[in-house]
Design a protein around this ligand. Structure first.
Ligand SMILES: [Zn+2]
Length: 591
């Protein structure tokens, strides 16, 4: 199985492709050259226009067409792609904001476009400079329709050692798997596209393919012999998950189960093991639980699960989840990787698709939420080893992270630099540790409120939602654990015990080099020769002291202690006199 061992690939990564959330699409375009376009004189009368016979000015009757760069957001992408030729035709429907204009700018990683159009007519000009496409045509007023079109040839090229880009690969049965995947900030590799991850849009795809090739795209699927189409409208989605499709020459479609108003359909090649390894009753129960928490499935009636030879363990394309085809053989990280990744990607349909990230630096909340919800179901409905394995994995990889869950570095790191640092610290910091402090129901209530409305959400919004559900000021907690520059320190804890008869006092001291205090509850297992007891040492969410203690009953003499036997806290044990030892790196699995 292909390993996406994050630390090993970090050195290869290239600079991010400007997913700069501060720059709204369309503003400040350069294409003023064609401002002569409009009908009458230059922008005279402005708004007033038609009215009663008072004003006179420009003779030609109607108001002049607006000129200049258009500020506006892309509402809808129509993307036609030919698998055989890799030729793509894009149409972008733009919501034109006041005052309108006659040029629109959006991102384009490809150096040139052809056959550019402007409201159906050939564009007056279209040029790509510094990875921005400027298209100009007849002036368009605010609120009036604007559709721009362009054609490109998409290169066969992958990025970051992941599946980002357009790629072809053999599946496990020897068929041809083809994947077009944007990821955060990447949709402009396939044509003009606003790659800001905070944008939500509608999509339509027409993928032309050879007879026998099965194509999956986001939203409602309409398969055809040589053209397969998809529509995503109503509930919108971000480009990082929705601008994409996958195809395979050997996929066979098979109904799997139906629950909570969702028909789950599998696409696997001969010998595929995903369907066999998923338990229908658990899939049903999970769909019932997650829709009970987050509402009806946002993207139609059908949820497709397809196996492929991907670097990701799974990817959350709306209604078309791609799963690593060898998940059932994955013996690391999760105790039942197929079920875990199915739950993770399904949770993303709400947490990441219906609601997106406000900036790429807010990437962690969507992974944290998908991981945590999978864990809660494991803890409540699956064999105990599954939730325990998830906690152990997250706690271990957290200690090797090089960025905070919500990095505040200036400039911000590109998502391909820090994405591997969110899968452990994300669920631990945002949820598991707070579950210990606040209780699970408070955390779930916070998630439910956080995701109640579609939109673009920041980690600060999550903090606010959890503050509302808990009634507590969580700023000290989030400031210590979630927000920060550089490599996180994480707390280092010293444990001491004092025994009087069968009463053992356990004292925990935070010995952090920064002197920062971390809100937490610490579990310490106190060991006797044949028995043990667990002390819960509570620092609260906003500790004022570096020391806290708790008492437990142990009839035997204390022979030792274990910090965090259940791995519910990201922390290191202080080892007096011992230099900090580098732990061997654990692989991080992107999903
Ligand atoms: Zn994910």
């Amino acid at each position: 199985m292909k390993r996406a061992f994050v630390p090993a690939i970090l050195g290869l990564l290239v600079a991010a492709c400007g997913s700069d959330p501060e720059t709204p699409t369309g503003s400040g375009g350069t294409g003023t050259s064609s401002s002569s376009g409009g009908v009458g004189g230059s922008g005279v009368g402005g708004a007033g226009g038609v009215g009663g016979g008072t004003t006179a000015s420009s003779g030609t009757g109607g108001s002049a067409a607006p000129a200049g760069p258009i500020t506006g957001l892309v509402k809808r992408y129509d993307y036609a792609f030919d698998l055989a030729t890799r030729h793509a035709k894009s149409q972008l429907e733009i919501a034109v904001a006041a005052p309108g204009g006659d040029c629109f700018q959006t991102s384009s990683e490809l150096p040139a476009v052809t056959n550019a159009t402007w409201n159906g007519a050939p564009a007056k000009s279209a040029a790509v400079t510094s990875k921005k496409l400027d298209v100009c045509g007849e002036g368009v007023s605010a609120g009036k329709p604007l559709v721009i079109g362009a054609e490109v040839d998409v290169p066969l090229k992958k990025f970051f050692g992941l599946d980002v880009g357009f790629s072809k690969k053999k599946d496990k049965a020897g068929g041809d798997f083809t994947y077009l995947l944007s990821w955060v900030g990447g949709c402009d590799r396939f044509g003009p596209c606003d790659d800001d991850p905070s944008r939500l849009a509608a999509f339509h795809f027409d993928v032309t393919h050879p007879v026998g090739t099965v194509v999956l795209c986001p939203g409602t699927l309409t398969p055809g012999d040589t053209v397969t189409s998809c529509d995503l409208s109503g509930t919108l989605a971000p480009t990082y998950s929705a601008f994409g499709f996958a195809a395979d020459t050997l996929w066979k479609r098979a109904a799997f189960t139906s629950a909570a108003g969702i028909d789950v359909v599998l696409y696997e090649v001969p010998g595929g093991m995903i369907g066999q390894s998923l338990e229908k009753s658990s899939v049903d129960a999970y769909l019932t639980w997650i829709t009970g928490l987050l509402g009806p499935f946002p993207y139609g009636k059908e949820l497709r699960l397809a196996g492929g030879p991907t670097a990701w363990l799974g990817f959350e394309h709306p209604a078309s989840i791609i799963l690593q085809e060898n998940l059932p053989d994955l013996a690391q990280a999760y105790a039942d990787a197929t079920m875990h990744v199915f739950m993770h990607e399904t949770a993303h349909q709400w947490a990441g698709d219906r609601s997106t990230i406000a900036t790429s630096s807010d990437f962690a909340w969507k992974e944290a939420t998908a991981e945590y919800l999978a864990y809660v179901f494991e803890d409540e409905h699956r064999p105990p080893i599954e939730a325990a394995a998830s906690l152990e994995y997250w706690a271990a990889i957290s200690l090797q992270s090089t960025y905070f869950p919500r990095p505040t570095d200036d400039p911000p790191p590109s998502v391909d630099e820090f994405y591997g640092d969110v899968y452990g610290p994300g669920p631990m910091v945002f949820y598991v540790q707070l579950e210990s402090l606040l209780g699970r129901q408070v955390v779930l209530d916070g998630i439910k409120a956080f995701l109640a409305q579609p939109g673009a959400l920041a980690v600060a919004d999550l903090e606010e939602a959890l503050e509302a559900s808990s009634g507590l000021d969580l700023k000290p907690y989030f400031d210590a654990w979630a927000f920060g520059e550089g490599k996180p320190e994480w707390p280092t804890l010293k444990i001491a015990t004092a025994q009087a008869g069968s009463t053992v006092t356990v004292t925990v001291t935070q010995t952090n080099a920064s002197k920062k205090l971390y809100g937490c509850k610490v579990e310490v297992e106190v060991l006797g020769a044949t028995t043990s007891a667990t002390a819960i040492v509570d620092f609260g969410t906003a500790p004022k002291s570096d020391t806290a203690s708790a008492t437990v009953t142990l009839v035997e003499a204390v022979v030792g202690t274990t910090l965090e036997p259940r791995h519910r806290l990201v922390a290191r044990l202080a080892k007096p006199g011992m230099p900090a030892q580098a732990e061997p790196l654990r692989p991080v699995w992107p999903l």
